[in-house]
Design a binder for this molecule. Structure first.
Ligand SMILES: Cc1cc2nc3c(=O)[nH]c(=O)nc-3n(C[C@H](O)[C@H](O)[C@H](O)COP(=O)(O)O)c2cc1C
Length: 354
């Protein structure tokens, strides 16, 4: 296992961030995070990005509310006004978040017009001021998530300048999405696929800033790949793989955090049935929860049936938890759960038999 020594982790930060699930707008809402937390107790989870103005003036219970079960949990904020970010970070801390993360990597149109996200790669001094203001306002760790650079920037000096500015301002860690962003010409989705990944550039940053937590993100598809990255790096952040194939999260605690077994997927579904029952009674539609669970049995027998039952029956406005029960029974009947799965199906999903 590639792991930080306990001493090194404590020295760098109070939170163990070897494995994290990425902030993903419209995806990592509180239902998704509750679900992911059933799969791993230890990986650090992130909220979707919430812009400063929303934190300051929006419906805070709706935007910032979460279940205590979601800890450890980082709130990702987007903005570039140090005073407002400081207030937003304080609000996040008061709501019980374990960490605040500043978005310096998101290239969407909305973000470009608001002068935050990836365009801040061009303004390291301002990002440093933002981090300093946030650090002064909270006692929990403040981290930054960034890119290698934007547009024609050279990722050598661009990433170094950003990293030096935030580290100089007391930043507790830097997550680097290991590709540049193109602010004109590419959609946000293309910006997660087209600019080439350059892991070496992030490894070089870690070698230079050996005392600072540096985590890597982008294109990590398996826990084997995550373990490889953890040799040079302090942390690995999983985005789309975790969302689209959530079963890969089920082996994180065994593999990286000393748990004796992986997590059974049917146990996860049982927990989600209880959760969905409580949420249904509060008026949450089943689909708001189950839409994050569609990929749970990816690669296993019954995966298509699971997906179909959840999307068709689960999508109806009056759908109740019986849909989840029936979908699980259908997977069990086809041998796709841990009770019945064969080795190749388990290997395809990244789960060890438990
Ligand atoms: C649907 C979606 C929404 C995203 N929203 C955010 C966001 O709110 N904040 C952010 O920093 N990155 C966001 N990202 C980028 C991811 O955090 C991550 O950096 C990117 O997907 C690369 O990691 P991956 O290859 O493991 O998916 C988003 C990605 C996706 C797919």
């Amino acid at each position: 296992m590639a792991a930080l020594s306990k001493e090194k982790a404590a020295e760098m930060n109070s939170l163990d961030k070897r494995i994290a699930v990425a902030p993903m707008m419209d995806w990592t809402d509180r239902h998704c995070r509750f679900f992911h937390r059933q799969l791993t107790r230890h990986a650090l989870l992130h909220t979707e990005m919430i812009v400063t103005e929303a934190v300051l003036h929006g419906d805070r219970d709706r935007l910032l509310g979460f279940s205590p079960a979601e800890h450890p949990l980082a709130l990702q904020i987007g903005g570039s006004d140090p005073a407002k970010l400081a207030r937003a970070a304080r609000i996040g801390q008061d709501h019980g978040y374990d960490e605040i993360n500043l978005n310096v990597g998101c290239p969407s149109d909305r973000v470009r017009s608001g002068a935050f996200g990836a365009c801040l790669m061009r303004e390291p001094a301002l990002v440093g001021d933002c981090v300093a203001a946030m650090k002064a306002a909270v006692t929990i760790p403040v981290t930054v998530k960034c890119r290698l650079g934007v547009d024609e920037q050279d990722p050598g000096p661009a990433l170094d300048a950003l990293a030096d500015a935030v580290v100089g301002a007391g930043c507790d860690g830097l997550w680097v999405h290991a590709r540049k962003a193109w602010l004109s010409g590419l959609s946000p989705k293309e910006n997660r696929e087209v600019p080439p990944l350059d892991y070496e550039r992030v490894y070089a940053l870690k070698r230079r800033l050996h005392d600072v937590f540096i985590g890597i993100n982008g294109g990590v598809e398996t826990l084997e790949a995550a373990a490889d990255h953890l040799r040079p790096m302090d942390g690995v952040m999983l985005g789309r793989a975790a969302y689209q194939r959530p079963a890969i999260l089920a082996d994180i605690d065994r593999r990286f955090y000393g748990a004796s077994t992986g997590v059974r997927l049917e146990t996860v579904v049982e927990a989600m049935i209880t959760y969905a029952g409580i949420e249904r009674a509060r008026g949450t539609r089943l689909h708001q929860i189950t839409r994050h669970m569609l990929g749970l049995f990816h690669g296993r027998a019954g995966a298509r049936l699971w997906r179909r039952i959840l999307s068709v029956r689960g999508g109806r406005p009056d759908a109740g938890v019986a849909v989840l029960r029936d979908a699980l029974a259908a997977v069990e009947a086809t041998g796709g759960t841990d009770h019945g799965c064969n080795g190749s199906a388990a290997a395809a999903s990244g789960i060890v038999a438990v």
